[in-house]
Design a protein around this ligand. Structure first.
Ligand code: LR7
Ligand code: MN
Length: 554
């Protein structure tokens, strides 16, 4: 027996070595399949034949609709499969660096998605990307609100499909609700947040794809400051080709005095890397994540805002003014389809000069101006005179109460500490807004080729800015009024060098606009034709009034 064991030993050794190699091989294989993680569940999900409701079957129930209903390539979306591999768009350092994560029980997440008429394949891709790319421990629940979509069976079908594919995720909460009639995105998101029970809440559009590792960098930042709110960096998805591209780390969110969202250039400080989190005056669009409690304490999204637009700007202003902060975190990437046009209707408008979308946006902007801008709201009204005529069905007492309770700063503080761009624009101006001559306003046509005198209340009426130092008179697209050959009045790109600046320099004599180089005045002698002529004091045809004077005129 003894000799037998002796005999066996070398064979066992070989066996152990063999097992050791197999284990190594298995480990390497697992790692590789982990890197190609997208393909694994994708293929599983796409062929899920034994489920109660197959993926193909689910999307085949998409009702026939006009081709442009969704404003993106529907047939391509249907053919892409429920999940696809996305390019890595974050910086390589985001992948190698370790993240300091809080424990899941004090940092789990409720995701709120409200949709109106979203294609089934698109909505599903949004949801599944979340399910497979979010660490299970942290994903507390999905709250999906159908905001009165025409596809009335979608939500029930979705429930069946999710139940059959994700039945094993028994600790994942799933709340699916349908608004019996369309209530708008803002109302729905608030409802979603009121149903939520996770520690954090994330609002997401219904045509997004979250990229690998999107949550960890956000969690790490939020854990450092309970009053922080964060946005991931948005990667654009093309509506026609559905190709997923890399968004820029060098942009932050901002708005102008008309309360329109803009991307602003981000300046990197010394030793600051582009992938580091950075502060932003407003969120990167409407995708944002923050503590649910803090969101509710701030009064959620302002519930007087209608349908679509402005809610994330309003939340950003109140966050900053009431003790919070906003950061964009470039190591976290989420793709979003930026559509070229709205894919839905707005309520009928009162004002014939505005489209219904413009009127809704203006209505919401007026509420923001009245609630938060203090005396600076005059800037807004100067640029958007039509807002004065929009009726509101509430007072601002509630907002003023919230401001007092949370001891929020005045708007001046935001200009001083958060948005130097907005402040600079304010400081630079000597006058701004519409430029009125008798009952008409100076208007630059869409392509900036013609100057006309138009109805001051049309929705797109040109806003002019008279710059204090250079004397330039610029519109929002940075075209300046100049005087060219034979005293022709021209619109040209605002010049930065001395010689163009000289031909674009204007001075003000009371309400007259005197061209510095030619010493002639802007005139409208024939009621609808602008020309340069000799200055005549008290000539009504030479009187041009800005909506807002920023400095006293001599
Ligand atoms: O009545 C409606 N009810 C809805 O539920 C109208 C819209 N919606 C849904 C809609 O299906 C979509 O999921 O609301 C979402 C946003 O509407 P979009 O995608 O048609 O418009 P958008 O992409 O221009 O939305 C941007 O502006 C909105 C203003 O209210 C919100 O702030 C959106 O979050 C914002 N989206 C982004 O900035 C993209 C970032 C990705 C995210 C989240
Ligand atoms: Mn969107």
């Amino acid at each position: 027996m003894f000799s037998g064991r002796q005999f066996c030993r070398p064979r066992r050794r070989v066996f152990y070595i063999f097992v050791f190699f197999i284990c190594n091989l298995l480990f390497v294989f697992l790692c590789i399949s982990e890197w190609g993680y997208n393909d694994l569940p994708a293929s599983e999900l796409n062929k899920s034949s034994d489920h109660h409701l197959d993926y193909r079957e689910f999307i085949s129930h998409t009702p026939e609709r006009p081709r442009d209903l969704y404003q993106y390539n529907l047939s391509l979306s249907d053919s892409l499969g429920v999940v696809r591999k996305l390019p890595t768009t974050r910086h390589y350092r985001c992948i190698t660096q370790p993240y300091n994560l809080p424990p899941p029980f004090e940092s789990n997440l409720s995701v709120v998605i409200s949709f109106h008429n979203e294609a089934r394949s698109m909505l599903l891709r949004t949801i599944v990307s979340l399910l497979i790319r979010t660490p299970e421990d942290y994903l507390h629940e999905l709250i999906i609100l159908d905001d009165g979509s025409e596809d009335v069976t979608l939500l029930d079908d979705l429930k069946r499909w999710m139940g059959s594919v994700f039945w094993a995720r028994d600790h994942l909460g799933l709340i699916l609700r349908r608004n019996p009639r369309r209530m708008g995105l803002i109302w729905s998101r608030n409802r979603g947040a009121s149903l939520a029970s996770g520690y954090y809440v994330l609002f997401l559009d219904s045509h997004c794809e979250v990229n690998e590792g999107w949550l960890e960098p956000l969690l790490e930042r939020l854990a450092l400051n309970p009053h922080l709110a964060v946005s991931p960096l948005l990667d654009p998805i093309d509506p026609t080709t559905l190709s997923y591209r890399k968004g820029s780390e060098l942009l932050k969110g901002g708005f102008d005095w008309s309360l329109h969202f803009h991307w602003l250039k981000r300046q990197l400080a010394n030793h600051e890397h582009p992938e580091m989190p950075y502060q932003s005056p407003v969120f990167a669009g409407g995708v944002l994540m923050m503590s649910r409690e803090w969101f509710l304490k701030l009064g959620s999204f302002n519930s007087f805002l209608k349908i679509w637009g402005g809610e994330s700007i309003e939340l950003a202003i109140k966050l900053w003014l009431c003790g919070g902060q906003i950061e964009i975190v470039p190591c976290s990437r989420i793709g979003h389809i930026f559509r070229r046009r709205h894919a839905f209707d707005f309520p009928p408008q009162f004002d014939q000069e505005l489209s219904s979308a413009q009127e809704t946006y203006l209505h919401n902007s007026k509420i923001i101006a009245e609630s938060w801008l203090d005396e600076y709201k005059n800037m807004f009204y100067a640029l958007r005179p039509a807002a004065r005529r929009i009726p509101l069905d509430h007072t601002y007492d509630e907002m003023q109460k919230l401001r007092r309770e949370l001891q929020c700063h005045p708007f001046e503080w935001y200009l001083r500490h958060v948005s130097s761009e907005l402040r600079m624009h304010f400081d630079e101006l000597s006058a701004t807004g519409t430029l009125r001559n008798e009952d008409r306003c100076l208007h630059a046509t869409q392509n900036d080729t013609h100057l006309i005198l138009a109805n001051c209340y049309r929705g797109d009426i040109t806003q002019w800015s008279m710059l204090g130092n250079s004397g330039q008179l610029a519109n929002q697209r940075e075209y300046c009024l100049g005087v060219g050959f034979r005293s022709q009045i021209i619109l040209e790109p605002c010049g930065r060098n001395e010689s163009t600046r000289k031909s674009q320099r204007w001075m003000r004599l009371g309400t007259q606009l005197l061209h510095a180089e030619t010493h002639m005045c802007l005139d409208n002698p024939l009621k609808d034709r602008l020309e340069m002529s000799t200055c005549r004091s008290n000539a009504a045809s030479q009187s041009f009034q800005f909506a807002l004077e920023m400095e006293r005129q001599t």
